[in-house]
Design a protein around this ligand. Structure first.
Ligand code: NAD
Length: 277
């Protein structure tokens, strides 16, 4: 019987630990404030921003939010980020993505001070991860590492296969597994013989964006399977990139969707906010 990795419970533990840390930091006179910027009113973004603000309130972090109209210009957004970069009371800055099409996401990401880059998307943060220096790490892959750690799953020496090479999930995931001394292979849409490569994995991390693509034919007996994907099916229920029902009996541990990787992303955002200088 596979261990079902409970991301909801683990993220709740992390948030409770952070709550204690924030209380301690407050007694030392340290102020932690997250600035959250949303441009436009995409309903999904509004839900994400709301959840982030709720998590801040639970942990005891102050948050200030900027809800800007859809027609906000890139220059106006850059000016606001500049102001927040300079404001010593603001310790973290988050711009909810995606931004409207007339704003260049890459320019916005580069404008946020690397010292306040709690999403870990700035090239300086990514570079620091690459060369093993301290810096903010992208929240979803950082959450995967915490899930493995809290579930007692050793990474060192393991064959780790990551499917997906996006800048926010696949690539930082591979770097983090390498940092934990895994032997890492990264697969993507041009990989030949994906099944054979995946079957080498002791730990398989799936971040493809294709509902239920990974079935038992990709899995080695006893593998640990981490499903980053999240999709809403026609019946309204959520599923991942892994076909959970077909895979669960073959692996030793697996994350469900929902309730696996998803809740960890906000917990790790909070971790980054609390640990900002
Ligand atoms: P993306 O579209 O940016 O990247 C997908 C990657 O998968 C690409 O590198 C591509 O090469 C690879 N890929 C696509 N088709 C493939 C195939 N047939 N075979 C092998 N590789 C293939 O996606 P992303 O932003 O990395 O997100 C991946 C998934 O994770 C999505 O379902 C997304 O919704 C989900 N996600 C979840 C969270 C969370 O908090 N749980 C956070 C971010 C992303």
């Amino acid at each position: 019987m596979a261990q079902i990795i409970d991301g909801k419970a683990i993220s709740a533990r992390i948030k409770d630990e952070l709550k204690e840390e924030v209380a301690r930091k407050k007694t030392e006179g340290k102020q932690i404030t997250l600035a959250v910027i949303q441009v436009g009113n995409d309903p999904a973004s509004t839900v994400y921003v709301g959840n982030k603000k709720k998590a801040c309130a639970y942990i005891g972090i102050d948050s200030v939010s900027y809800e800007l109209p859809e027609e906000t210009s890139q220059d106006e957004l850059l000016a606001l980020i500049d102001k927040l970069n300079e404001d010593p009371k603001i310790t973290g800055i988050l711009v909810q993505l995606p931004v409207p099409d007339h704003i260049d996401e890459d320019i916005i990401i580069r404008k946020i001070s690397p010292k306040k880059d709690v999403d870990g998307f700035h090239p300086m943060s990514v570079g620091a991860l690459c060369i093993g220096e301290k810096g903010f790490v992208s929240c979803t892959p950082a959450g995967v590492i915490k899930l493995l750690e809290y579930s007692g799953i050793e990474i060192a020496g393991k064959e780790c296969v990551v499917i997906g090479r996006s800048n926010i999930v696949g690539k930082p995931m591979a770097l983090l597994l390498l940092r934990e001394n895994g032997t890492v292979t990264v697969c993507h849409s041009k990989t030949k013989d994906l099944k054979e490569v995946c079957k080498r994995a002791d730990i398989l991390v799936v971040a493809i964006g294709r509902p239920k693509m990974i079935n038992e034919e990709y899995i080695k007996d006893g593998a640990v399977v981490i499903d980053v994907g999240i999709h809403r099916m026609d019946n309204g229920r959520l599923c991942g990139d892994v076909d959970f029902d077909r895979v669960v009996d073959k692996c030793s541990a697996i994350t469900p969707v929902p309730g696996g990787v998803g809740p960890m992303t906000i917990a790790m955002l909070m971790y980054n906010v609390v640990n900002a200088e």
